[in-house]
Unconditional design. Sequence first.
Lengths: 153, 67
Amino acid sequence: MLIKMMSGGADYDKNLRLRLVWGAAFLAVGVVGFLCWFFLVPDSGLNEHARGYYLGAATGVTLGAVILLARVLYLMCRPEARRKAHIQDTDERRQHITRAAAQVAGVAAFLAAACLTFVVIPFNEQAAHVLLGVMAVYTLVWLAAAAWLNWKL
Amino acid sequence: MTNRISQLRRERGLSQAELADAVDVTRQTIISLESGRYNASLLLAHRIAKFFGTTIEDVFLFEEERT
């Protein structure tokens, strides 16, 4: 969804080329993750869980990037598939559903974080601070986005 | 708001998939429009009206607000 949002525009061929760039950037992030896991992590003294995070995150990002690149290259070579993908990506009902779902998920995540803060404080104050930080970032981003859109539209 | 998309489409002997293809949306969007579950944007309403060779007001029927 984020890739589509960041590569949206009227010219679909240009959008696909932009997605290739994003795919390459994510692939680079994955490769950096693998390199860190291979060269830095063994001597770092990190626990098993942290080591697993490096490997899992690097694998996930790399696989995602490879799938994205393969799909974009396939669409660039197949005009009929590209047309279908264009319709799927730009269909206004689907975009409306995506936006509405993101809105619901955002509100739910914010409320969940607010509830969790009360639960977490007695057990782990640092975790509560992290949750409060996430809620503060969400609120600030929301206010900034609303102000920018109010000025732009 | 109601619409005559289904009626106009049937009059021209088109399937939902063919209409969807003609106005660059998915078949699910046509289904939702015809059933009244989703209202088209102005841009899509314009494309649909243009495809049927008529006006937006002729395809989409706006009910007057009661005071």
